[in-house]
Design a protein around this ligand. Structure first.
Ligand SMILES: [Zn+2]
Length: 312
């Protein structure tokens, strides 16, 4: 399963209760309440080892962050989870000292925290980012108030209701006759190649976005497009939607200048490149890594994790 995914297996978002302030307040005072605190850099507080979230209970919240609003994240098997955002640098630093906690960014958290904690952090970060950004009404410029326990924003002037925004992006591994198409941007570490990706535009289906992006970035014509999996990517507000696809032929033409290089790799070339250090896989927590691992396994029975571990 993709990193940050699968939260629905352990969390009921309880969306139907977001407009029940008395129920929410009672939950927040109770023994089951757990508060995930984000600091000014939208990092989460973790324990000294950095491998578990440092949750606040109701007593700690009352002592350390009295009156600071909390947003309901949802109800798990044994706890009710809330987000508290502390955007002021001085305040979040003081809090870290009081808790003797360190702060962890989402990317590192995706590799270090248990899956459900990484997923909760991603959810909280996505919501907090939107809350920080949504200050004024798109329609009239009026000020916004957060409502529905932080999941909606309402304009004080015209009453328009604003919803958290998610930007859809496609990411695709394209195959042709036993080789896959990977590209690299000039700013990436030497040797790193990744699957092609891009944001969905207005009026596009996901399949249309796949065909357009691959054509724009690599000049390659795509025939078949199939869904693979998706991943929340709140860095700051994306949803990555992964696909496999088949190319019509192997001609490459870098059209839009986004990529420094794009080429076809056979499994043997990837294996050799990992061995001699000329090829680096995309970051482990990305859909791109999962797509490449899936393709290598389907194509040649290769395990990307094992190949990387062997040549580290
Ligand atoms: Zn308005």
């Amino acid at each position: 399963m993709n990193t940050f995914s699968g939260l629905s297996l352990v969390l009921d978002r309880a969306a139907e209760r977001r407009d029940e302030p008395e129920w929410i307040a009672a939950q927040a005072r109770g023994d089951m309440a757990r508060f995930l605190v984000l600091d000014a850099g939208q990092q989460a507080f973790v324990d000294a080892e950095g491998d578990a979230l440092r949750w606040l209970d109701a007593g700690e919240r009352e002592a350390l962050l009295p009156g600071t609003p909390a947003s309901l994240l949802g109800v798990g098997e044994s706890h009710t989870y809330f987000l508290i955002d502390v955007p002021e640098p001085a305040r979040s630093e003081a809090l870290a000292t009081l808790l003797d906690a360190r702060a962890l960014g989402l990317r590192e958290a995706g590799l270090r925290l248990p899956a459900h904690e990484a997923g909760l952090f991603a959810y909280a970060k996505g919501l907090a980012h939107w809350q920080r950004e949504m200050r004024h009404c798109h329609a009239c410029g009026g000020l916004l108030n957060l409502v529905s326990s932080g999941h909606r924003a309402k304009c004080v002037a015209c009453g328009k209701l604003h919803f958290p925004r998610t930007d859809a992006a496609i990411i695709v591994i394209v195959e042709h006759d036993g080789a896959c198409l990977l590209g690299r941007q000039a700013s990436w570490p030497a040797g790193r190649y990744s699957t092609l990706a891009g944001f969905v535009e207005p009026g596009e289906s996901l399949e249309d976005a796949v065909r357009r992006e691959v054509a724009e970035e690599a000049g390659v014509r795509v025939d078949r497009v199939s869904y693979h999996s998706s991943q929340p990517w709140p860095l700051p507000a994306s949803l990555m939607i992964g696909f496999t696809a088949t190319a019509h032929d192997r001609r490459i033409q870098l059209r839009d200048g986004e990529l420094e290089d794009a080429r076809w790799f056979t499994p043997a070339q990837i294996e050799q490149g990992l061995a001699d250090g000329s090829f680096a896989a995309p970051p482990k927590l990305s859909v791109s890594y999962q797509l490449l691992a899936h393709w290598l396994h389907e194509r040649d029975g290769l395990e990307l994790d094992a190949l990387i571990a062997r040549h580290r």
